[in-house]
Design a protein around this ligand. Structure first.
Ligand SMILES: Nc1ncnc2c1ncn2[C@@H]1O[C@H](COP(=O)(O)OP(=O)(O)OP(=O)(O)O)[C@@H](O)[C@H]1O
Length: 896
């Protein structure tokens, strides 16, 4: 009755503090309980295996009140249900105002099955529905261990807590959404109704066990031992399935030697252990007790030796009856756990420390100052050319103090110019330059450079869908989580809307959605260019996905028609891209066609009438693949722009056969992104390095990738390029960990050996504390052929790296910043001049995209004009899809 009254009070007056008398009463009653945790070994035990009971949305409850609820609930319930004295003990994890989670430390409940435990937690739900207490399920095998007391003799038990185990991050999604395997990554949470399940449940990639490890004391008997399978043993076998694995382990431990068995039985046991060693499920579960995957096989081998030395006939026969199966693996696993805990305390401790130092869970807690603010997030959600950025920028300009975060240096520069032109003083801050405008309160920066220290009234994060970018996504995630701004405007397509909602619910920020439609719908021209570039018209933008293709198309158009082409691609400096864009936008010249790569998809203000896809496949660094629909949409959406010469947008393809794919892509709704990128700060990597002091930086990053823990909404961004730079700098002595970390983020094209050489030189000079020189001559004039053009591009790259380093390291070590800036401007200018007159055959960069001569690159010759286009991979892709559908249809028919 009292309890109900208490609950009533809690429900209707949750903010009321408890009286002093109540608190004293509570302390008086509850303090003995706190000791129970240490007095009774069961509490240790329970802590080891019992699950986390997450309690969320308890903002209205003070922690002390929740203590009360659980405490009284425990008391009353135990009296009513168990008829005995209470022994339930909960630990509440709480800050001053909020309760994060509650964990059951002690209970006199004897959970005989997983269901029983779940029902018990469900009762808590029913009892206090407003508390929203989701429960994590846990393993039945481990439930059995919960009741055992014997392992408590082992002091190592208190050092780990499998309930804390979280999914590991060892794989990331690549650009195309494919899983890139760094290491098998499985959730430990996927436990179904009392059965501990790995993600796939099968043995996956666990690698080969060290089969050569032989048990020296194995006794092999050739004679028949009929009585082993006698009636008693059948009973024994049945019992064994229900025996406490801890007891089984103790018996094994205390056994003098193994019982004699038939050779065939030993063989079966060998097979079972081999199966155990290869089991992905067992390797995953072992992570829960901090047996790492690299140590798992050693642990299994040692366990096998131990087992073979000691195993009884009963136990062996039970396992033999199960055979080399999942059942046998699951039966053995808890015994293996006991063995590991006792045998490998140091390895467990080491791995545990390593794991906790690579903890990337709960990234919203990394920015306490942003969390202390009540931020208002406005998501401007819509397709390209719908006015999202325009509206967000209006708010930015109206604010007293604002920051605009851009995906590209080019776009940051555009906003910087535009805003200043409108009379709002704005500074520019990118990796390469810092232009401070006196009296400015506004900043346009690249998203990587955003400060999470400064306080702003309004922040704009453009192209927010880039949070899901496999390489750079972490910068957007960091900006969203860490920006200290009262109002944050996110502009982007709807693909990350759901995940932003989730993040806002975690951060406690208010989210408002503003949806947009395109000003004018994009129209697909069904006629296409019929494979003939002569059909190009003024205002067209031909999109090609490689530098080679771009120059080939430009040459073909200029040869076959009277149009002149501007060129835009990623390797060009932003200044050159802008110069080419201006040339194209201006009406009083002959440059009325644009040939561009996917770099045209973002940032530039272009007067495009029609976007024509030269092909819809591209080289992804590994192979040629169809261009993802989201990218097709983004690029096609550049056609037509409000207020421009061409407000109505058109799009089509060069080849008729690519048209269906284009239409398919445009029809597809935006994909709902499930995860966004994350990358550790230097401090996190440094902490992790403390656990592995003697390994190279590249290896350290790899280890971090394998061992870091992430929440379900995040993936670890790809860092292959960082590792490549780290490898190159390995031999440079005298660089601190922080220096290496910073050098690895320098914006260098690792496929360009010249640029890599210069970066290496910069690092080597830096390491001996010598002022770093540019040591690169200025080219004499504009490029006369493609090799010279590439040389200009590389030179600009090197200068860009120098400028970047001068911003990220001490100025004294990079004293030639000014000179580098001047040289970069001159080279960008030369590049512009070179492009205007470019009419040569493109060359491949060393180690770059496959050459056209290579047969496997899928290029075909085009009407004898020297121009090649990729075979329609889309067509091949479509054909494969149809074949697959046919096959599926066929198999469905067979099933029917
Ligand atoms: N209310 C408006 N008044 C005048 N011009 C506008 C208005 N809204 C948008 N525009 C113009 O329309 C064009 C497209 O707008 P904006 O760049 O904001 O679109 P977006 O949805 O952010 O597209 P993208 O994703 O391609 O950047 C711009 O040139 C912008 O100046």
């Amino acid at each position: 009755m009292l309890f109900l009254l208490f609950l009533h009070k809690l429900r209707y007056a949750p903010q009321n503090p408890l009286s002093l008398t109540s608190l004293l009463f509570f302390f008086f009653l509850f303090s003995p309980c706190l000791f129970l945790d240490h007095l009774f070994p069961t509490s240790f035990h329970f802590r080891c295996y019992c699950q986390h009971v997450e309690v969320t949305h308890l903002h209205t409850l003070a922690p002390i009140q929740l203590y009360w609820v659980f405490f009284l609930f425990g008391v009353i319930r135990e009296f009513l249900m168990a008829g005995g004295p209470f022994t339930s003990l909960f630990r509440i994890y709480a800050s001053r105002n909020n309760v994060h989670s509650a964990r059951v430390l002690l209970s006199n409940q004897n959970f005989r099955s997983m269901n029983q435990f779940n029902n018990w937690v469900l009762e808590i739900h029913q009892f206090s529905p407003s508390f929203d207490v989701p429960c994590r399920q846990f393993s039945t095998s481990l439930v059995d261990i919960v009741h055992s007391h014997s392992t408590l003799k082992n002091p190592q038990f208190s050092i780990f807590n499998p309930a804390d185990a979280r999914p590991f991050s060892s794989s990331v999604d690549d650009e195309d959404g494919n899983r890139v395997k760094l290491n098998e990554k499985k959730s430990l949470d996927s436990v179904e109704d009392g059965v501990l399940e790995g993600v796939d449940g099968n043995s996956v990639g666990a690698g080969d066990a060290n089969e050569s490890c032989v048990c020296d004391s194995m006794v092999i008997e050739e004679k028949q031992t009929d009585d082993v399978e006698g009636g008693n043993n059948i009973v024994g076998k049945k019992n064994l399935a229900f025996r406490d694995p801890v007891d089984l382990y103790r018996e094994l431990r205390t056994a003098e030697k193994n019982d004699n068995l038939k050779r065939s039985d030993w063989d079966t046991l060998q097979d079972i252990f081999s199966c155990f060693s290869k089991s992905g499920w067992a390797a995953d579960q072992a992570l829960g007790i901090y047996i790492g995957k690299s140590f798992f096989h050693t642990a299994v081998n040692r366990f096998r030796n131990f087992f073979f030395k000691k195993c009884s006939a009963d136990l062996a026969m039970h396992l033999v009856s199960l055979g080399a199966s999942d059942k046998a693996v699951r039966f053995l696993f808890p015994i293996f756990v006991e063995y590991c805990i006792e045998e490998f305390p140091d390895e467990i401790k080491r791995f545990r420390n390593m794991i906790s130092s690579a903890d990337l869970t709960k990234p919203h807690t990394w920015f306490p100052f942003a969390r202390a603010m009540k931020r208002k997030i406005i998501y401007h959600c819509g397709p390209t050319n719908s006015g999202k950025t325009y509206n967000a920028l209006q708010k930015f300009m109206e604010a007293k103090k604002g920051i605009y975060c851009s995906p590209l240096r080019l776009l940051a520069m555009e906003v910087f110019d535009k805003v200043n032109a409108l009379g709002v003083y704005c500074s520019l801050y990118t990796g390469q330059e810092k232009k401070h405008v006196p009296f400015s309160n506004h900043i346009a920066c690249t998203v990587e450079m955003v400060s999470t220290e400064e306080l702003y009234d309004v922040a704009v994060i453009d192209e927010i869908q880039m949070m899901a970018d496999s390489c750079r996504g972490y910068a957007w995630t960091r900006a969203l989580l860490g920006l200290k701004a009262d109002e944050i405007h996110l502009c982007g397509d709807p693909s990350v809307l759901d995940i932003v909602k989730k993040i806002c619910s975690e951060t406690g920020d208010e989210l408002y959605e503003q949806h947009y439609e395109r000003f004018k719908p994009l129209v697909v021209e069904a006629k296409t260019l019929l494979g003939d570039l002569k059909n190009v018209r003024s205002g067209d933008c031909i999109v090609a996905f490689s530098r080679r293709e771009i120059f080939e198309v430009k040459m073909a158009i200029e040869k076959q028609t009277n149009h002149r082409c501007c060129v835009i691609y990623g390797a060009l400096p932003p200044e050159t891209r802008r110069q080419q864009a201006n040339l194209f936008n201006e009406q009083d010249n002959e440059y009325d066609v644009l040939v561009a790569s996917d770099a045209v998809g973002m940032g530039l203000n272009l007067n495009i009438r029609r976007v024509v896809f030269n092909s819809l496949s591209k080289y992804n660094g590994d192979k040629i693949v169809p261009v993802p629909p989201s990218q097709v949409k983004q690029i096609a959406g550049r056609a037509g722009r409000r207020g421009s010469r061409y407000p109505d947008g058109l799009t089509t393809t060069l080849q008729l056969e690519d048209l269906d794919y284009l239409i398919d892509c445009l029809k597809q709704p935006f994909e709902n992104v499930k995860k966004v990128g994350l990358f550790p700060f230097f401090e996190q990597v440094e902490l992790f390095a403390g656990q592995l002091p003697d390994i190279s930086f590249a290896h350290l990053l790899e280890k971090f990738g394998e061992n870091c823990r992430l929440d379900g909404s995040y993936f670890l961004c790809r860092h292959d390029h960082i590792k490549k730079v780290a490898n190159m700098l390995e031999k440079v002595q005298g660089l601190s960990l922080e220096d290496r970390f910073n050098f690895c983020f320098a914006p260098v094209n690792f496929r360009d050996p010249k640029a890599m050489y210069h970066l290496h030189r910069f690092a080597a000079l830096y390491s001996i504390k010598v002022p770093v020189s540019i040591a690169m001559g200025m080219p004499k004039g504009s490029a006369r052929n493609d090799a010279e053009l590439q040389d200009l591009e590389t030179k600009h790259q090197v200068l860009s790296v120098y400028l970047w380093l001068s911003q990220h390291f001490k100025k004294e070590i990079f004293p030639y910043k000014k000179k580098a800036e001047e040289m970069a401007i001159d080279i960008a200018d030369l590049l512009g001049q070179s492009l205007i007159k470019a009419c040569w055959k493109p060359e491949s960069r060393q180690g770059g995209n496959p050459r056209p001569q290579q047969k496997e690159d899928g290029h075909e010759r085009h009407k004898g004009d020297g121009y090649r286009r990729p075979n329609s991979l889309v067509k091949i892709y479509e054909k494969k899809r149809q074949e697959k559908e046919l096959l599926q249809g066929h198999s469905q028919k067979v099933v029917v």
